[in-house]
Design a protein around this ligand. Sequence first.
Ligand code: TNX
Length: 536
Amino acid sequence: LRNGRALAGAAFLLAGVGAFGCSSPPAMHAEEPPAAPVQEPPVPAPSEVALIPAPAAGGLAGERPFVISGSTRIHVGPADAEALRLANDLARLIPVGPGQSRPVSPLQSGSAAPGINLLIDASLDSLGAEGYRLTIAPDRITATAARPAGLFYAIQTLRQLLPVEVERGQAPQRFAVAAGDISDRPRFEWRGAMLDVSRHFLKPADVKRFIDVMALYKLNRLHLHLADDQGWRIEIKSWPNLARHGGSTAVGGGAGGFYTQAEYSDLVEYASMRFIMIVPEIDMPGHINAALASYAELNCDGRARELYTGTRVGFSSLCVTKDITYKFVDDVIREISALTPGPWFHIGGDEVKTLTAQQYGGFIDRVQSIVQSHGKVMIGWDEIGEAKLAPTTIVQYWRPNAPAREAIAQGARFILSPAQKVYLDMKYDSSTALGLKWAGYVDVRTSYDWDPARLVAGISESAIVGVEAPLWAETVVTLGDYEYMAFPRLAAVAELGWSPQQRRTWEDFRTRLGAHGPRLSALGVNYYRSPQIPWR
Ligand code: TNX
């Protein structure tokens, strides 16, 4: 079936070109059996090759493909260690045969050779730090970028043009890659997902699997919500009871868990190899019961709270009038910042219902100075607009229909995470078993079909750092649950963050997304088979 479909597509693409199958000459010598025609692999059908996010310019062409075979080499520019690492990753994706690695060789000069070429070319910086050019012609594939991140994204584009079997480690021996010429760069620098690992805990191996799928869609920020009322999920050496006791349970009373500092650093490293920066969040002054249960002295009354396994919000707060609170905040931000190469520290700041506006503003102000003293840029949920913000501070917009007036008036920059559009914990529709619905049902089209620059009056393109889809975890427990809520909506958000508005339409996206079904399946992702999508 697959071949039949592919051949039909090839006929569509190559009508009359005769690139394969019919190119063998008629037999000339009656006494010799005719030579078996070289069986050219079918060109992938248009319905099978689909790029998400859609590239900014160019695309696939109906011309002769490039055929990857046992003799195809991968070339990298001279003396480029990062390109070599990426080339080796690509070589592992398309081995020559079972257990046979594909050779990677450095080019003598900077110019491409027959085969697959991965080149860093600093003069290409018109495409920015993440942009790339990818050309696929009959004799060579050439990926060029000014920076390694761009080369990585070129490879993710190429990966989406390879047979889905490569995702299972079963590359065919010979296959065609659709021809094309693509010049690509992202619309926004911030294309993120957030995992709430506090309400339920995801072990490091599961976070890595999630990162793998993020990378396929060119997402580049993973925000980890590391502490909330129900669980403290990162080891803090100067306050060891936070993880030991505060991390010992979860919503519903499960076993919880936490990342040791070594495990966190390993995640940071794993993500950075895929050009994803980890953004740590410790939510404060509210959403902090796990800490209040771990250390009595953090409470105004000096009495430790009970661990909490329910799902209410807004009831807990640090004691903003005690000095020890700021020592605690300083220690936590210092230790996590030292483990985090990315420039940001997210302090939460949402849903505080037990402080006066003045207490809240004063606390955020002080914490902002602490974050800056550790060399980081502060991020907070949109409530922080009520405090006096530093010019570098970033506001994460989330409340449906909130005008964000105070933050706009201060000239803040925004990450857009409107709950009614991109909250991955909202149910898709009334039949979704997992998830919440306080911001409404969020189907795939709702996540996709909006323009960030037109969401909030007063927040225009230049004030938008990017988009991020948070996955709150009150109702999700296993990696399969997280995946079911995240995919395919996160792919929609990835395109929202990457592709120019005028290159995106829902009709086109839903068809391309349908073609991604087999790849997500091959990756073992438990995605939601939305009835809005023509899945293949
Ligand atoms: C609101 S969004 C919260 C979270 C909940 C989420 C559930 C935000 C900053 N706060 O604490 O988990 O709703 O959808």
